[in-house]
Design a protein around this ligand. Structure first.
Ligand code: FES
Length: 218
């Protein structure tokens, strides 16, 4: 059969998922994260063990599809390679990094690669909270399927995203049920507008005649 739309690496991880929490396995975790939306059908839970701010072990479990299984299995290998990543390095992993390692996924399955990444971030946040790091004020979730927040939209606009396609490439927002696309597109336009006002100057806003020219610092 030649209609399997996945790479050999995806197949390998799907058939032999690494660091999956086995039935009945006891795993003492320092941080736990759970993400996903039953509306999209995918829920992911991850447990991490941390020593000296290094993730030395982890387990995960999902009710997701083959792509979610393969991408989280790959992510777990990336995090645990060479004795485990420092938390700061693990937080820099992006869904695109996982996709590259997997040799890609079918377009309609790309959102699955985000679940493990989000669960890992949630587990790290949980670990840091337990250590006494003040909890960051929660940002409103604007894409429930992918757990993408309004804060991520703000940061993306500051990083230069100007179209929904650019934001989607960065976060995979809207690749699940798709019902958030219209709302996020509108929010994106508003934030771009607000951001361009900020980059003008503190004395004038929308009516500034220099708005389109580069502001000069005195
Ligand atoms: S809410 Fe389902 S893709 Fe965004």
């Amino acid at each position: 059969m030649n209609d399997w739309p996945y790479s050999a690496t995806v197949k390998k991880h799907f058939l032999h998922p690494q660091n999956f929490l086995a039935e009945g396995e006891k795993f003492t975790a320092d941080g736990v994260g759970e993400v996903g939306s039953p509306a999209c059908g995918d829920v992911m839970k991850m447990w991490i063990k941390v020593k000296n701010d290094r993730i030395i072990d982890l387990r995960w479990k999902t009710f997701g599809c083959a792509s979610a299984l393969a991408s989280t299995s790959m992510l777990s290998e990336m995090v645990l390679a060479k004795g485990g990543m420092q938390i700061a390095a693990a937080l820099k992993i992006t869904p695109d990094d996982i996709l590259k390692k997997l040799g890609g996924l079918p377009t309609n399955k790309i959102h699955c690669s985000v679940l493990g990444d989000k669960a890992l971030r949630a587990a790290i946040e949980n670990y840091l909270e337990q250590k006494g790091t003040p909890k960051k004020p929660a940002s409103k979730i604007i894409c429930e399927c992918l757990g993408v927040s309004e804060r991520e939209l703000e940061l993306a606009v500051r990083a230069g995203d100007r179209t929904f396609a650019e934001f989607q490439k960065r976060t995979k927002a809207g690749t699940g049920c798709g019902r958030c696309v219209e709302k996020i597109t509108k929010m994106l336009a508003e934030k771009i507008d607000a951001n361009s006002d900020k980059s003008c100057c503190s004395f004038c806003q929308k009516s500034c005649p220099q708005k389109k020219s580069k502001p000069t610092d005195q």
